[in-house]
Each structure stands twice: as structure tokens, then as C-alpha cells.
Design a protein around this ligand. Structure first.
Ligand code: GLN
Length: 396
């Protein structure tokens, strides 16, 4: 067979999405790939039903349907504290995934450096590779997931074109403070670099923490490429609706990348989603309250069975420490990936191995998400309880 490109040999498929396939094949409860198990808001479903008969069913404008971009500009304008031009500063993409890929491809030449915090959402590795960029990793150090600003400056000094900031952070739940973002922003200005943000969990930030958008900080808009999506906010991960907000010059370039990658996001789904973008602030407050409750409920469940975990300040992910299990003779020498496969088959719960998020050698963490009905989360705790019983020598 003819040879494939070197590029495809340099990264693996997504471990997150692989775990979902294994979980589905084994009938486990899937807490690996993060997506909600409830329906989108009724208003969006009604709109979708109407669209089925009234259209549109053909291409939207490549960089997003006019009414969708206008609604988006209004919503995002509130967060960013400025008027967003729907024609010049927005590119609608196929999910946050394409938004990120598009942003990295828009600013990086092959061989350019790009700063990435570790742990990081696994897509960023592939975004860098497919753009030919070399990541420089900066550790986020638990338990607070702080970082050393000197390392960020070092990266910029070495010529990094951009820094990726996932805020709040998948998988560790870090919420970047205004001070941290301001400090990163000062460096981006000083070294003339971009900040590429991934803010898909912007509404899942738990009190007392609040979300600050980097692009809203004074003087930073021209250096920030904001990537976001409707997936988590409106429970529509399958609709593949994302977007980039950037200054005109950047957005115009990103429009070209997007046009040739995908032509456009699904027109009927953009039409149906407009009603969601127009929801009042109370919708987002209720969403935050819903997830605060789920988080507290799930973490209390983990505590009740003695599983050690972090306390996420944002997102719907929690990192669970499995080192006590790996110290047992039965699991000796297992990788976290093997442990997750064992869990799916023997415990009936799917998680993501922590190693898929870290640059550093990490083998003692797994990631679970809690975007599930409370009853499902309770069943997960019952199943994980059988696992923790192994630690007390009570299991088989
Ligand atoms: N962001 C989600 C996660 O980390 C998944 C997104 C995706 O698979 N596209 O699980």
C-alpha cells in the first residue's frame, strides 16, 4: 500500500472518544467523554421541528448565518463588555473543536512555537501537530493548578506565537483569575503574541469563582482569539456549533481557513439555536445552579466511598486519584489506560486516563464527568463503591 503522511503517525486517535466507544460496547455508564444526558431546552427543540419543514436546509453563509451571528454578537458582547461586529469579528465553526483548530492554523506557521498548559484538553496536541506548530508546555501545579509566570515568559521569549488558555480548564477545573489573565495578557502584548482561549465551559464556574474572558480585559481584544461553542451551554454537543471571536484582521484570515476546512456549520441547526442565544441571563444562572448541585452531590458521593479527588472550580470534570489501587498486587504495573479498561469491564463505569491530558509522566489519575442525572451519578457511586471495597480487602 502507498505510504501515508508522516503527520498521521505523530498522534493517536482521541483517548476520550475511544473510551466512549469501549464504554458503549460494554454497556458501561459513560463518564469519560463529557456531554449531558438530558435534552436541549424545549424552545430550541420546537425551533428545530419548525426548521425541519421551513428550512433552511442548504448552506448558510460560510462564516455563519446572519441571524445566528447577530444573536451571538449580542450574547458574547455582554461577556466581553464591548460591541462585537457580527460581520467582521465572528466565524461560526463546526463546534469548539474546529474553532480551536482554525485559530491555531490561522496564527501558526510550521515550526512556530505555541504555549500550552499541562494538563490540557487532548485536542490541543493535535491542533499543534496539524498546524506544524511545536508546543512548549507549562505545568499547572496541583492542588491549586497554579503556574509559574516565568515559564510563560520564557516561552514567549523563545518566540511562541500564541498561548492556549482553556478557561475554565478541562480536565482540572481551574478557573483563571483576572490577575492571572492580566499577567498573561501583559506578556502577550510585550512579546506581540496571541492568546487563544477555549471557553466552552464559561457558564460552568462555581461560586465564589467567576469567569473572566481574556478578551474583555483592557487593551487585550486585539491579541485574543476567543473560541467557544454552544455544546455544553445548551446541551447540544451533536449539533456541532462553535465560534471564533477575534479582531477583524484575524477573523478574516480565520474565515478562509474555516471555509476550506468545512465550508460551514449546519444551517438548520444554526437557525434552531438562535432562540437559545437569545435566552435571558436567568437561563445561565439556572445552568450554573444545576451543575453546582450535580458537582456537590457527586463529590459528596466520592467522599462517602473514600475516593480522593480534586474540587473543580469550573467545568463538569473531576480528577480522581487511583494511586491506592495501583499499589494493590492485582493492579501492579498497570497503566492508567489499562486501569480504565478494567474499570469499564469490571465496574461498569468509564473514565478517561489522566495520562492523556498531561505532558508529564502521570499514571495515577483518572477523569470523570458529572453531566449526568443524579440517579445515574448515584449508581456510579454504588459501582465505584465496589471498587473501593477492594482497598479494604472486601472485594473480589
Ligand atoms: N470536551 C469533551 C471532553 O473533554 C469532549 C469533547 C469532544 O469529544 N469533542 O470530554
Amino acid at each position: 500500500m502507498p505510504k501515508l503522511s508522516d503527520r498521521v503517525g505523530t498522534f493517536t486517535d482521541s483517548v476520550i472518544r475511544r473510551m466512549t466507544r469501549i464504554s458503549d460496547a460494554c454497556g458501561a455508564i459513560n463518564l469519560s467523554q463529557g456531554f449531558p444526558d438530558y435534552d436541549p431546552p424545549r424552545e430550541m427543540l420546537d425551533a428545530l421541528a419548525k426548521v425541519a419543514y421551513e428550512g433552511p436546509h442548504q448552506y448558510a453563509v460560510t462564516f455563519g448565518a446572519q441571524n445566528f451571528r447577530e444573536a451571538l454578537a449580542k450574547k458574547a458582547g455582554r461577556t466581553l463588555g464591548r460591541v462585537i461586529d457580527p460581520d467582521r469579528e465572528i466565524v461560526v465553526t463546526c463546534g469548539g473543536t474546529e474553532a480551536m483548530m482554525c485559530a491555531v492554523m490561522t496564527v501558526c506557521n510550521p515550526g512556530d512555537k505555541i504555549l500550552v498548559f499541562s494538563p490540557f484538553y487532548e485536542n490541543y496536541g493535535a491542533d499543534a501537530i496539524l498546524s506544524g506548530a511545536d508546543p512548549i508546555y507549562v505545568p499547572l501545579v496541583p492542588p491549586e493548578y497554579d503556574f509559574d509566570l516565568n515559564l510563560v515568559e520564557d516561552g514567549f521569549r523563545r518566540g511562541a506565537k500564541a498561548i492556549i488558555v482553556c478557561n475554565p480548564s478541562n480536565p482540572c477545573g481551574k478557573v483563571f483569575s483576572r490577575e492571572e489573565l492580566t499577567a498573561i495578557g501583559e506578556l502577550a502584548l510585550r512579546y506581540d503574541a496571541f492568546i487563544i482561549t477555549d471557553e466552552v465551559y464559561e457558564h460552568l464556574v462555581y461560586a465564589p469563582y467567576t469567569h473572566v474572558a481574556a478578551a474583555s480585559l483592557p487593551g487585550l481584544f486585539d491579541h485574543v482569539i476567543t473560541c467557544n461553542s454552544l455544546s455544553k451551554t445548551y446541551a447540544v454537543t451533536g449539533w456541532r456549533l462553535g465560534y471564533v471571536i477575534a479582531p477583524e484582521e484575524v477573523a478574516e484570515a480565520a474565515k478562509k481557513v474555516h471555509d476550506f476546512l468545512t465550508v460551514g456549520a449546519p444551517a438548520p441547526l444554526q437557525e434552531a439555536a438562535v432562540v437559545g442565544l437569545n435566552f435571558p441571563e436567568s437561563y445561565y444562572e439556572e445552568l450554573r445552579a444545576l451543575y453546582t448541585d450535580k458537582r456537590d452531590h457527586f463529590l459528596a458521593g466520592l467522599d462517602s466511598i473514600g475516593l480522593k479527588h480534586n474540587v473543580p472550580r469550573g467545568t463538569y470534570f473531576v480528577m480522581v486519584d487511583i494511586s491506592d489501587f495501583l499499589a494493590l498486587p492485582a493492579f501492579k504495573g498497570m497503566t492508567d489506560l489499562e486501569f480504565c479498561e478494567w474499570m469499564i469491564k469490571n465496574i461498569g463505569v468509564a473514565a478517561v486516563p489522566g495520562s492523556s491530558f498531561f505532558r508529564e509522566e502521570v499514571n495515577d489519575l483518572i477523569r470523570l464527568h458529572f453531566a449526568r442525572e443524579k440517579e445515574t451519578l448515584d449508581e456510579v457511586i454504588v459501582r465505584l463503591g465496589k471498587m473501593t471495597a477492594l482497598l479494604n480487602g472486601q472485594g473480589s
